[in-house]
Design a protein around this ligand. Structure first.
Ligand SMILES: [Cu+2]
Length: 352
């Protein structure tokens, strides 16, 4: 808030100064008051163009150096590598092209600045030039788009091959609930109309469906490493978006329909905690938290890395805190955990 106010004051002061200079200029009783730029004005503007290109290069380098470490660590899903590669190649091309074109744009602006007696060369068209600046973007963009479509089709190919684990992600303002298919790995039918809070049927499971009785409803997502997971997403109220950044996965949760995403986790939570980028991030965060703790501020206890499911659709006032912990573990650990969870049949209160 203070920052916004300071910024507003600065902008207002700048406008005031600008208006005052205009009044000052108008009050100058000069004989030859003209709107035509002189050689001096043009040269000055040419140098300003140079200054601007240096500024944008500077801010680019600064951002890389200062914020590069904010990027996500290496992907933890089978498809994530290809996804990252596509993103980095796109980044590299954009970076390369923008560095060169921005320089040329500003340099030519300076080089061909207005000068007394200098006249621009006019020509109607140049087929060869137009061909070059059309064909290069066509080839590059077609390549990127085809690669993108191919990657998209691969990632979004949701099928039942390789015995995937079926998990439902249920979104509501403002929390997540996960449901496993239980012994049979089949989710029972559910509908928001069947929700019965008094009987603890929080996801509206259909008791008449035999597949529902062994379903397991939990508030912490456990996934066995190396096994494909097919997610079925539902929303109770508004649009939410299930976002699992470390697995490069995101899918909207839409009221009234089931959306899907599928991925195979490849790195356990324990292994990810040893990833150098993650170790570094934890160290930085905890250094900050130690400082906060010394100041007696809240949320300053040491932090340990965990995978996370976030909501990535602004869905209301507590959207920012709509999250669920994800634990990727070995198959034995997962089996042990799931066996300890109560089933729907065990947790639902008997009908009156
Ligand atoms: Cu949400």
């Amino acid at each position: 808030m203070t920052a916004l106010l300071t910024l507003t004051v600065l902008v207002l002061v700048a406008i005031a100064i600008w208006q005052m200079t205009k009044i000052f200029e108008l009050s100058q009783l000069k004989a030859e008051h003209t709107e035509v730029a002189t050689d001096k004005d043009n040269k000055y503007n040419g140098y300003l163009l140079f200054g601007f290109v240096i500024f944008i290069y500077g801010i680019t380098i600064f951002s890389f150096a200062k914020y590069g470490k904010m990027l996500l660590p290496e992907s933890s899903s089978a498809h994530g590598g290809e996804y990252d590669q596509l993103m980095w190649v796109s980044f590299a091309i954009i970076f390369f092209v923008q560095t060169i074109t921005q320089f040329l744009l500003h340099y030519f602006g300076y080089k061909y600045r207005g000068e007394k007696g200098k006249k621009a060369l006019f020509f109607a068209d140049n087929d060869r030039l137009e061909f070059i600046w059309t064909i290069i973007p066509v080839i590059v963009l077609a390549g990127l788009i085809l690669w993108g479509l191919y990657t998209w089709t691969n990632i979004m190919d949701i099928n039942d091959d390789d015995d995937p684990l079926i998990v439902e992600l249920y979104a509501q303002q403002f929390n997540w609930t996960a449901r496993y298919g239980g012994e049979d790995n089949v989710l029972g039918d559910a509908s928001v109309r069947l929700i019965d809070i008094d009987r603890a049927n929080v996801l509206g499971l259909d008791e008449a469906d035999p597949n529902a009785s062994d379903d397991v409803i939990v508030k912490e997502l456990h996934l066995p490493v190396g096994r494909k997971v097919n997610f079925m997403m539902r929303s109770q109220d508004v649009l939410h978006s299930a976002y699992m950044p470390h697995f490069r996965a995101q899918m909207n949760c839409v009221p009234g329909m089931i959306t899907q995403f599928s991925f195979t986790p490849t790195v356990t939570t324990e292994e990810m905690r040893l990833n150098p980028d993650v170790v570094d991030k934890v160290k930085r965060t905890n250094a900050l938290r130690a400082k906060w703790a010394a100041e007696g501020r809240p949320n300053s206890e040491p932090w340990e890395f965990d995978y996370i499911l976030l909501c990535n659709k602004i869905c209301g006032k507590s959207h920012y805190n709509m999250q669920m912990k994800i634990i990727v573990e070995t198959e034995e650990e997962y089996n042990k955990w799931i066996a300890e969870q109560a089933t729907f049949k065990e947790t639902i209160a008997p009908a009156e």
